[in-house]
Design a protein around this ligand. Structure first.
Ligand code: NAI
Length: 243
């Protein structure tokens, strides 16, 4: 991966941060894109990458972040569109749809879905010449039921549909589009009630290895589901609901 450029959104913490570390370890120059400047700057310093302030809900800011990456590092070969939020607060274990305010609705759709649209629009035309790969972060909530946060589930279903359709539309190009669907991963987004061992939380590094594998060797249009049950030592009880 030496001399390759990688751009990651939602890169400052959690899964995105581990993906940045893994890509940098492999030799890539990494653009760490996030709204969290403190964590993003610290990570960029740690891995020798570049922090780029980027709110994925804004097309202008995503375009500016991609332009900044191109100017200072180059056109990315790999991109991980990963920024995402939940509607249910971490201190709660359930948010009924009738209690989701219009503002919360717009926010989660803005981050989780608009963010993917803005990223794909800004990156795909640029990446076609040199080829490469883009991985979108969905969730197992995109392929199963997540009663605690219906809007989160809705956006994650949509990401899978978007990724598969864009992959199918780009079979003639050298840019592969894939989707990762993590099960429960030990990061700040997970509601406290799901942090118990029986939910089989995986370390973010496990998911980062899957993302790097999809970026570097994945097919086109793959939707990869990675649950704790697939990871040695993280067997998940059958009755547990997963993200
Ligand atoms: P996290 O909260 O550590 O990471 C999310 C990152 O996105 C943060 O760095 C945050 O600052 C950033 N972000 C939030 N809003 C943003 C915006 N408007 N623009 C740019 N960046 C923004 O949580 P985690 O778990 O690492 O989440 C990463 C992705 O993985 C999300 O898409 C999440 O839905 C997905 N996921 C997480 C699972 C888990 O159990 N942790 C399970 C399945 C999917």
């Amino acid at each position: 991966m030496k001399d390759k450029i990688a751009l990651v959104t939602g890169a400052a913490t959690g899964i995105g941060a581990e993906v940045c570390r893994a890509l940098a370890t492999e030799g890539a120059a990494v653009a760490v894109c996030d709204i969290n400047a403190d964590a993003g700057l610290a990570l960029a310093k740690e891995i020798g990458g570049e922090f780029i302030s980027c709110d994925v809900t804004s097309s202008e800011r995503v375009e500016a972040a991609v332009a900044r990456c191109v100017k200072s590092l180059g056109v990315p070969t790999y991109a991980h569109l990963n920024a995402g939020i939940m509607t249910v607060p971490t201190g709660s274990d359930f948010l009924a749809i009738e209690d989701v305010s219009l503002m919360q609705y717009r926010k989660i759709v803005g981050v989780n879905l608009d963010g993917m649209y803005h990223g794909l629009r800004a990156l795909l035309p640029l990446m076609r010449d040199g080829g490469g790969a883009i991985t979108l972060t969905a969730s197992t909530a995109g392929v199963s039921t997540l009663s605690i946060d219906p809007m989160y589930a809705a956006t994650k279903h949509a990401i899978i549909g978007l990724g598969r359709a864009v992959a199918a539309a780009n079979t003639e190009n050298d840019v592969r589009i894939n989707v990762i669907c993590p099960g429960v991963v030990d990061t700040g987004i997970v509601p406290d009630a799901f942090k118990a061992r029986e939910f089989g939380m995986m370390p973010a590094s496990v998911m980062a290895a899957e993302v790097v594998d999809l970026l570097t060797t994945g097919a086109n249009g793959e939707v990869r589901i990675k649950n704790a049950a697939d990871v040695a030592g993280f067997a998940i009880p059958a009755q547990s609901e997963t993200f």
